[in-house]
Design a protein around this ligand. Structure first.
Ligand code: CA
Length: 230
């Protein structure tokens, strides 16, 4: 049973969401403060998805989303009551996956949750995704490229997984640093370039002429190609 983390300070909304999730067969954990939810998530990497309110007593949901992204790629759905917040979410600068505007129906929210989980979770139907260039096996921390499992170091795996989160999106070196080397001072931005280089060499071994990782001068890196998590 997938566990959903709900971070929402308003009891009446939380009750409604928890009831809807449980009646759809999800397990749920609820916290009223952002930092409580994040503490819990650090100890429960098996959680399937986060529902995150933006106006929280101990901070802003966008900031909490950034904190979560430093250690987890878990799908995040925002709950928002304001249109100007929607603009920021839709830009997805913050790394969220979707949003639901308040007031919302519980059915609408659970439908979004199910759609996102379907998009990002286990699909062990071999052959069905043969046209996907990349396939991520998060349980075993490995990535397949055009049908071949890549022999990646831990950092190469994290780096490739970061880029594959949103194909075509440009990630700056510092964003990549934040996600791949969360311990600051541990490494230099130059390390990103070095790992991109070794990663490209490994991708080239599988397919000599494709070069899915692109350099955007002065901006960072992006990747192209379809991706599937398995
Ligand atoms: Ca709130």
């Amino acid at each position: 049973m997938p566990t959903i983390l709900l971070i929402e300070d308003e009891t009446s909304i939380a009750d409604m969401v928890l009831y809807a999730l449980k009646s759809e067969g999800f397990a749920a954990e609820w916290f009223q403060l952002g930092h409580q939810g994040i503490d819990w998530l650090r100890n429960h990497p098996e959680a399937a998805l986060v529902i995150l309110d933006i106006g929280l007593p101990d901070g802003n949901g966008f900031e909490f989303c950034k904190q979560i992204r430093r250690f987890s790629e878990i799908p995040i759905v925002f709950l928002t009551a304001r249109n100007d917040e929607v603009d920021r979410i839709v830009g997805l600068e913050i790394g969220g996956d979707d949003y639901v505007g308040k007031p919302f129906s519980p059915r609408e929210l659970t439908a979004r949750v199910k759609a996102i989980l379907k998009r990002t979770s286990v699909a062990v139907d071999s052959g069905a995704y043969a046209d996907c260039a990349f396939e991520i096996d998060t349980a075993r921390c490995r990535i397949r490229y055009i049908g071949e499992w890549l022999d990646l170091t831990h950092y190469e795996y994290l780096l490739l997984r970061t880029l594959l989160r949103h194909p075509e999106r440009i990630y700056s070196r510092s964003e990549i640093m934040d996600r791949v080397w969360p311990d600051p001072g541990d490494s230099l931005e130059r390390a990103v370039d070095t790992h991109i280089k070794t990663l490209r060499a490994k991708l080239r071994k599988v397919s000599e002429h494709d070069n899915p990782i692109k350099t955007h001068r002065g901006l960072g890196y992006s990747i192209s190609g379809s991706v599937r998590e398995a």
